[in-house]
Design a protein around this ligand. Structure first.
Ligand SMILES: [Zn+2]
Ligand SMILES: [Zn+2]
Length: 140
């Protein structure tokens, strides 16, 4: 499958590929502005949705509801702490084996998958980073 991308969709894809991490629609919008490209935020999101439908990018949502986008080939999953919000990466993708074609309903063509694990990080689970006693009068 050779997706047919418009120049603007290509620009968004290249911008995501050039970035090490993930970018929100807002961040992409800001970077486009800095690059001298004028594209409304709604248009950015419309192109992002289209890129997802063409299997070019993936998207995940933070507990805050914010969506982060990354190129499809970057198959990374996160463990996110609900207490402090820290995200760490899973060392490998456990989903690839599940989406092997013989395990899916006939005719279904997978484009991308997401996997998010939410919980408490080691520090928060041990209660060491929250509910610290107030240290009166000591600023560090
Ligand atoms: Zn935590
Ligand atoms: Zn994966």
């Amino acid at each position: 499958m050779a997706p047919s991308l418009t120049p603007r969709q290509l620009a968004l894809l290249e911008m995501l590929r050039a970035c090490d991490g993930e970018l929100s629609g807002q961040a992409l919008h800001r970077r486009l502005r800095q690059a001298g490209v004028s594209m409304g935020l709604a248009t950015v999101y419309r192109h992002l949705r289209s890129l997802q439908q063409q299997g070019c990018i993936r998207c995940r949502h933070l507990p805050s509801g914010e969506a982060l986008y990354a190129p499809l080939e970057r198959d990374v999953h996160h463990l996110t702490c609900l207490e402090c919000g820290h995200s760490s990466e899973l060392p490998h993708c456990p989903v690839g084996s599940v989406t092997g074609t013989d395990q899916l309903p006939a005719g279904f063509r997978p484009l991308f998958h997401t996997l998010e694990v939410y919980g408490l990080c080691a520090g928060c689970a041990a209660g060491t980073t929250s509910e610290l006693p107030q240290a009166e009068g000591s600023d560090r």
